[in-house]
Design a protein. Structure first.
Ligand SMILES: [Ca+2]
Length: 97
């Protein structure tokens, strides 16, 4: 799970953004400021999340705010924040059950 690897960043939005930036920069080795779908898939895999091709496409569509077909850093940070928020909701549901 991605969120299991985040540790303190789970509860610290600033730290989470820094972790996202660190990951983003690792995959944007050329320093283009963009990552494409294939790179996103690899990045998420390294982060501990294996996604299917259709999940990647969904993610690209929902995260690509400026619709240029690539993920920029601010879009990637939003993905990470959404992952944490989704995890919180799942955890809360488990407590209720
Ligand atoms: Ca974009």
């Amino acid at each position: 799970m991605l969120v299991d690897k985040l540790g303190d960043a789970m509860n610290d939005p600033k730290l989470l953004d820094e972790k996202a930036e660190e990951l983003f920069n690792k995959f944007d080795a050329q320093g283009t400021g963009n990552i494409d779908a294939a790179t996103l898939k690899e990045a998420m895999h390294v982060a501990g999340v294996t996604l299917t091709q259709s999940e990647i496409v969904d993610m690209m569509v929902s995260c690509d705010a400026n619709k240029d077909g690539l993920i920029q850093l601010n879009e990637f940070q939003a993905v990470m924040r959404n992952e944490v928020a989704a995890h919180r909701r799942r955890s809360a549901a488990c407590v209720v059950l």
